[in-house]
Ligand binder design. Structure first.
Ligand SMILES: NC(=O)c1ccc[n+]([C@@H]2O[C@H](COP(=O)([O-])OP(=O)(O)OC[C@H]3O[C@@H](n4cnc5c(N)ncnc54)[C@H](OP(=O)(O)O)[C@@H]3O)[C@@H](O)[C@H]2O)c1
Length: 322
């Protein structure tokens, strides 16, 4: 029997609801793998489950993204064996020393990538991948506005876009964060002034695409920064969910497009997942993007990690170590 423990949210609420508990991992069922975990990726989505913004039955075994070594293989699994280093970004239960995952959601980690870098990169990097590759056919000369550019997704998305020849206007919450971002324009400051600055920097035209993971606080500034027929990609709620939208605002803004995508629709099949992971590991191996682990916390201090993330005190990726 394995001695295992995990961090769970017993109720919805602030970081204080996160508690440590012992558990006995099941033996892997058909199609499943049991992994001993080495590193866990902290993601903003983890806070949405904790607060109840995203629904899940209580108590919630928190966390989606983790990396470890396979220690037991269920019946019918092909392509994975004991000792393989794998990761996953799907489901719940990542904040744990051990985890059962469906083999269909497992990603083989290349030998050249450490467990910590993989945990820092899989979810944020595959998100950056579909945002850069699968929204519109971005070409050199297109202009993108990226919010939270020094954050987890932002620190991968900005170089990915620039590698495609896209001009990036990056926005961050502080001068220090803005100074750490390598973009064509790296801005900081309140959302109220942002659209007029973006317009000035684009000959009053606006940008082709906005990547907005902030949500409520940045919605208006993002729409106002778009050029005629531009695309608003609203992919997160760091400041709270966007309230219901008046479609006429899109008309008034210049026949704007809006999408509200989620990674899990872009990696829904094993083939989609493998392709997305391959594109990410390719960019990592070519040095286009790299893991930027701004901070790490012991897994038992997951509540402190949530506090730092929600208070905008983190840069790059954050990992938890069991
Ligand atoms: N839809 C998808 O497929 C998908 C996948 C992954 C992540 N996401 C979303 O992408 C966003 C970024 O995720 P991440 O894990 O990489 O987080 P992160 O960017 O490392 O952290 C969030 C950042 O948002 C900014 N922010 C602005 N207002 C905020 C507020 N009121 N409270 C907290 N943060 C605020 C902060 O950056 P500044 O201080 O620089 O403003 C903060 O560092 C999140 O909204 C997440 O849900 C979506």
């Amino acid at each position: 029997m394995v001695d295992a423990w995990r961090m769970v949210a017993r109720t919805h609420g602030g970081p204080e609801v996160i508690a440590r508990e012992a558990f006995v991992p099941d033996a892997p069922d058909e199609g499943q793998l049991l992994i001993a975990q080495e590193a866990i990726g902290l993601n903003f989505i983890d806070t949405y489950y904790r607060t109840g913004l995203y629904p899940a039955p209580l108590p919630i075994a928190l966390g989606g993204e983790s990396v470890g070594t396979v220690i037991a293989v269920g019946r019918g699994v092909t392509g994975f064996s004991e000792g393989d280093r794998i990761g996953t970004v799907s489901g719940l239960g990542a904040y744990a020393t051990h985890r059962i995952i469906p083999a269909a959601q497992a990603i083989k980690i290349p030998n050249t990538v450490s467990a910590q870098d993989a945990a820092a990169m899989m979810l944020k990097g595959m998100t950056a991948c579909y945002l850069a590759e699968d929204m519109i056919a971005l070409k050199p000369g297109h202009i993108a506005l990226v919010h939270a550019a020094a954050g987890g997704v932002g620190s991968v998305l900005v170089p990915w876009l620039r590698d495609k020849g896209v001009t990036v206007i990056a926005h961050s919450g502080s001068p220090e964060k803005a100074a750490s971002v390598d973009a064509d324009h790296s801005l900081h400051g309140p959302f109220e002034n942002l659209a007029s600055i973006v317009r000035r920097r684009t000959d009053e035209v606006g940008v082709d695409i906005v990547y907005d993971g902030i949500g409520k606080d940045s919605w208006t500034a993002s729409l106002a920064s778009l050029k005629r027929r531009g695309l608003m990609v609203s992919f997160g709620n760091a400041s709270g969910a966007v309230p219901p939208v008046n479609l006429l605002d899109l008309s008034k803004g210049g026949s704007l497009y809006v999408t509200r995508p989620t990674l899990f629709d872009y990696i829904a099949t094993p083939d989609d997942l493998a392709r997305c992971a391959e594109r990410l590991f390719d960019r990592m191996s070519r040095g286009v993007v790299k893991a930027t682990i701004g901070q790490s916390f012991p897994l038992a201090s997951a509540a402190d990690a949530h506090r730092a993330l929600e208070a905008r005190r983190t840069t790059g990726s954050t990992i938890l170590l069991p």
